[in-house]
Write a protein that binds this ligand. Sequence first.
Ligand code: BTN
Length: 271
Amino acid sequence: MLSTYICEPTNVSLKMSALFTGSNLIELPSVDSTNNYAQSLLRQENIFEGTVVWARQQTQGRGQRGKQWESASDKNLTFSIIYYPVFLSAAWQFRLSMAVALGVLDSLKALFHKNGREVDNLKIKWPNDIYYKDKKIAGILIENSVSQGNLSTSIIGIGLNVNQTDFSPELPNPSSLKLVLGQSFEIKVVLMSLCEFIEAGYLKLKANHETEIQQDYLNNLYRLDVSSGFLVGEREIKAAIKGIEPSGKLVLKKSDGEIQSYGLNEISMII
Ligand code: BTN
């Protein structure tokens, strides 16, 4: 018995076009965090690659930088995918982050197209948030383990705001598909599409198409080459994003012309 889930999970088989992602779907009524649950699975048994842990409610969802991920019960998608990217050097793990973010973005672009909406304002905010205009609709938390210099397991945790329209005023700039597209969505259908597109991104990475991934990522990067405000510790600076280092660090050109790179815990963009 896993310590983290509250009710018995049901295994649901779905008709979907992803090859393996989500073919083993563990649906939980409520859990602390799907990433935690996936971690417990990896500790206990041999788990099929592409297993998806999906919770209708998350009580202690985790975000980047040690933050919480808040999500109203049964309104949004909170799920984690288990992959084994053993082909990828740990030094290049940011490629996985880019491939997954592009998969999420492509899935949302397809949904927007289907609903007759333009997709130009759908962007990836470094490192892997999904934004529509200046608001966040999805976040990604990837937790990797490493063995002999390569990735061994990866838990890809994704939170996508689907049908929630009221958010805590403490959240900086949240939005949802319903707020943007003006209608509700069946969350399992959105999940199936995400699985399909994320898997396509993952297989692209596995097939060594990293140049294409890098280019697509830059082409879809929020505020690339635009002067923006950033917080470095307590200090506010003006700078423009110029690129991304292979390590995933953000390369900025500051207003005084100096080029400098920053890691995730060193800088945040002011929106
Ligand atoms: C972020 O933007 O800070 C990342 C948010 C990631 C949230 C998802 S929800 C499913 C999975 N389980 C978690 O505890 N976190 C991720």
